[in-house]
Design a binder for this molecule. Structure first.
Ligand code: 4GX
Length: 431
């Protein structure tokens, strides 16, 4: 039972909202009560004056303190320490969390101001101020009705069995999913198939997805709010671990478009190994035909795998344990084939735009549904040659920063690609 007392100079304004539907039934069932108190009844002059002109001059009128204070004092005396709220644009924003909080009270007094407001000293008689939104209304009556309605719905029994407030918009901090009723087709617009499926699990997850989508599109501010139930579900990785990566130092282009062999760098080996480990890749191939560079690569890997570095930093060791040095791309492909029993799908990345580019989202899906292993090829220098591109199964769309400067390091590109393809769901949502 929640006992509302409304202090208003227009008590009849409440008759209609309280006399219909949910709020009417709630009163009939004894779940809420609403008492209306008119400050005019607390005036002492012949004209029952409740307002006066503002000190300092200016437009309009202000509610006098005496009748309002007397009304508040009187109702406080008759009640048992109620919570007294002034509806005002300067108040704290009333939202679902505030409604929840107020629904726990036993007695609420809602004070409605009119005109330009109430004498500031009346605020000594109230516990708090609430605003229903950033717009100007003609008085506190409509805001008080908003508060009564939103709070009453949360009182057990008010909604009956028809609908539980848990299903309401905002209860989980999100906007509602779309609703449909008969007919199945209306003016050419069909009800989404999933809702006719009878598969409650599918229906529930569709509704959840739609709620999140609509909230993301229209009210992203709600997602950041406390109470927003956007489970940071540790989404299962989208694919089992059968993704490989290779860093090619040959054949690649130089800045003049000549096919060359680039030098192996310490930083590329380290950073790509760590990214590969982070995103659950199976192996990282460092491909170079130059014997001296193969030796250097092995030395770098061994330092962290077995040498002093292994002691010093064992997480680095775990990453470099994925690294293998290969003569050619074909050797890397063979290695994957030996391990998986089938040839890997070759995915190349190219900073150059072109036709038949595959989007990251599409490849992410392919990784999820294709049983074959995938080998991601990264080019050094000025990129992979056309010959390699022609040999590949998939050419990924370029990574674009929205400027005409397009010179990511291969290790930066690797990290971005891995996150887009294998990062958790929340990362995917940014695509
Ligand atoms: N959310 N108004 C109240 C007069 C007033 C002003 C100051 C007390 C203090 C409003 C809102 C709102 C207009 C109701 C001014 N009373 N109240 N009225 N929005 O705009 O709550």
């Amino acid at each position: 039972m929640l006992d509302f007392t409304v202090i208003t100079i227009f008590p009849p304004m409440f008759d209609s909202p309280l006399g219909h539907s949910i709020l009417k039934k709630a009163q009939e069932k004894g779940l809420i009560s609403v008492r209306l108190v008119d400050p005019r009844d607390y005036t002492t002059d012949k004209h029952r004056t409740v307002d006066d002109s503002p000190y300092g001059g200016g437009q309009g009128m202000v509610m006098k303190p005496e009748p309002l204070a007397a009304a508040i004092e009187d109702v406080k005396e008759k009640l048992n320490r109620p919570r007294v709220i002034l509806l005002s644009p300067q108040g704290k924003l009333f939202d679902q969390a505030e409604a929840q909080r107020l629904s726990q009270e036993k007695e609420l007094v809602l004070v409605c101001g009119r005109y330009e407001g109430v004498d500031e000293r009346v605020k000594e008689f109230v516990d708090e101020e609430l605003s229903v939104g950033d717009y100007t209304l003609s008085g506190g009556e409509l805001p008080a009705m908003v508060v009564i309605d939103a709070v009453a719905r949360l009182i057990p029994g008010v909604l009956g069995n028809l609908k539980s407030p848990e299903e309401d918009s905002f209860t989980d901090g999100l906007l509602e999913y779309p609703q449909y009723t008969r007919p199945e087709e209306f003016r050419g617009m069909k009800v989404p198939e999933v809702l006719l499926s009878g598969d409650h699990e599918r229906i529930q997850s569709w509704r959840r997805e739609m709620s999140l989508k609509i909230t993301r599109e229209r009210r992203p501010d709600l997602l950041g709010k406390a109470g927003a139930r956007v489970e940071k579900k540790n989404t299962p990785r989208p694919t089992p671990a059968r993704v490989y990566i290779a860093l090619l130092h040959h054949p690649v282009y130089d800045k003049n478009g000549a096919v060359v062999t680039t030098a192996v760098t310490n930083m590329d080996i380290h950073d790509i190994a760590r990214a590969a480990k982070t995103y659950g890749l199976k192996k990282f191939y460092v491909v170079t035909p130059v014997k001296a560079l193969q030796k250097l690569s092995l030395k770098i890997i061994a330092h962290w795998e077995e040498g002093y570095g292994a002691e010093y930093n064992h997480t680095r060791k775990e990453a470099l344990a994925l690294a293998r040095v290969k003569d050619t791309l074909d050797d890397a492909i063979l290695d994957v084939e030996r391990e998986c029993g089938v040839k890997p799908k070759l995915v190349v990345t190219s900073a150059r735009a072109g036709k038949n580019r595959t989007s990251f989202a599409a490849l992410r899906n392919m990784l999820r549904v294709t049983p074959a292993p995938f080998l991601l090829l990264l080019g050094t220098g000025w990129g992979l040659t056309e010959e390699i591109l022609a040999q590949s199964d998939t050419i990924l769309e370029p990574i674009e920063g929205g400027t005409n400067y397009n010179h990511l390091s291969v290790r930066s590109a690797a990290a971005i690609i891995l996150d887009r393809l294998l990062g958790t769901e929340s990362a995917k949502e940014n695509l």
